[in-house]
Design a protein. Sequence first.
Length: 375
Amino acid sequence: MRQSLGYSANCFILTLGLWGTGTPIAYGQTSSPPTTKPAAAASGGAEATAKKPVVIERSPVIFRDPAKYQVNLHLEPVRKLTLASTIDGVVTSLQVKVGDEVPPQAETIRLDARVSQLKSQRAQAALKAAKAELESAKDKAAAEARVEIAEADLEIAELEKSLAVVRSPMKGVVTSIFVLEGEFVRAGQPLAVVSDPESLTVSIPIDGKTQKAGDSIELKIEDTNVSAKIDAVQPLLPQFDPLRDLFVSPATGRIVLENKNSKLRAGQTVHSPMIPRLPVAEVPTSAIINAEQGGRKVQVIREGFVRDIPVELLGQVGADHVFVSGRFGSTDELISKTSEPLVDGARVTARDPKAIGKPASSSQPPPPGAGGANF
C-alpha cells in the first residue's frame, strides 16, 4: 500500500536576493529604502513595482531511503555452459586456462584414460578372434553373432576412452576452472565454465503498462549510456518487489545485448532508471520544472537559499503527485509554486518577520493551500 505524504503547502510572501552580491538584488523589491527622496514623477511607479513581493508555496520534503530499492544488476552471457565429467577419474592435464578462447569441440581437460585404453585394446583383440573363428566355423550364424558382440564391445570401449577428454560443445571463453591436475573427480562433477561473450543479457524492472517486448530502452552500463531492446516481458522478480511502492504496474524486462565487437563484458554493472540511487520523495506535479540542460528539476529552500535539484521521474501517484529521486537534504523545503520565476542561489528573506508562523485566524488553522503567513 502506498503511503500518502499528506503535504499541506503554506503560502509565504518572501523577498529574494542573490547570494554573493553586496546588496540583495530582490525580485521586485529594493534591498534598502533610499536615503534621499527621489523625484516623484521618476520613481513613484518604479518604487511600487520594486516592492512587489514574491509569493512562494512550499512544504517539507519527506524522503525515502533509496537503500530499500537497491538490487545489484550486472551483465551475464546468454549462453553459458558448465563442463562436467561423465566418468570417475583423475585429472591428468588442463588444456586451457581462464580467459582462453576455445572453438567448438576443443579439448579443455583430460582425465586418466589408461583403464579405458586397455579395455579398447582388449575389445580389438576379441573382435579379431571372433572374425578368425567365423572363417572356420560350421555354425555361421553363431559365429557372426559373436563378431557383432565383439564389434559392440569395441565401440563401448572406444566411447569410454573418448569420455576421458572433456570438450567444449560451443565457441566461447573459459571463465572458470574448478579442478587441479592430479585431482580425483566423480562423474557429474563440474570442471569448468565456458561462456559466449557475443550475446549478453540482464533482467531489469520496467513499466508493465507502457513498455513491451521489442521496445527500445536506455540503460547505463557502468559509466556508458547504452541503447537496448526489451527481449521479453516477464512477471516481477522477487528482488524487485519493493518497487511496487513507487510504480503502479512494475514488471521484469529481459534485455539482450549483441556484443560482437566485444565492447561489453560479462559482470559489468547495470543501472536501471527505475531503481533510484538517490533519496526518493513524493512531490506535486506543479513542482516539476524543465531543466535548462535537459531533464527535470525541482526547487527547494535550503538554509535560506533557493536551490535547483535535478531529479529523475519515477512512478505517478494519482493525477497530482509523482515520485522523484534527487539529492534532497534533510532540511529542504519543496517549492511547489511561485508568483515569479526563481533562480538557483537566490537568497530568501522575510519581508515581515513578525508574521512568521501567524495563523490565518485565531480560532482554527488555515486550510491546505491557504496563505498561512506573510513574510
